[in-house]
Design a protein around this ligand. Sequence first.
Ligand SMILES: [Zn+2]
Length: 260
Amino acid sequence: MTDFSFSASSNFDVVNLLKLQAIENTIQREAKKIDELRKNEELSSREERLREINEKLDKLEKKYRELETKRKKMEDEAGIQSEKIRRNEQKLFSGTITSAKELMNLQNEVKILKESNEELENKILEYMIEIDDVLEEIKEARERKEKLELCISSLKKDLGEKVELVEKRISALNEERKNTISIIPEEYLQKYEELKNKKAGIAVGYLRDGFCSACSMEIPAAESEKMTNLHQIYRCPLCGRMIMVYREEIDRISEEMDSI
Ligand SMILES: [Zn+2]
């Protein structure tokens, strides 16, 4: 069977079926392009690095706060001890202590307090050095973060512009699709949809030099020789798709797609 049971003498240009197919395939390719654009590896690797830097920054800031708390605590402690030393020394030099033992005890206490304070001061100094290092690291991380954020936003802007261009093309193609569909009689459209779903998106081809363009197979001459009417849609006996007789107009479809 090389015919579909379409009602006779539809006077629409059957090439529109091939055009519709070309439009739909182009729309699909363009939609894939958008997916590819959005999978931008450079952008995702930079976003990953930004996440790492943010984590590092959080840790560094936490470390800084902890060191500062410790340093402050020690400074408070040293302050209390200094006050004690001051008071004891006042007492020592006030001339009110008469007992030698009491004097010695007090002198001893001052000595211990001074040693302890010196130890505290050394530790505070160590903390301050550590704090300076952490602050330096924080500064570097913040600078890197800022650069990365700039880079990411410029990549996103660039990507957005590219996506927008493709989206514009898709919407122009959709407009063209609607126009083309409006020309094609309903029964052809139904067959087209049915075959498209059954045959991996290709519903229609053409017969050229005895070959079906959709399945690339040679149709037996006995059958292909009967396919001569330019206005008719035949059925490829090999793949079952719709085919029409080749004409030059068909070659122009892909150019037409490029210009949309
Ligand atoms: Zn075929």
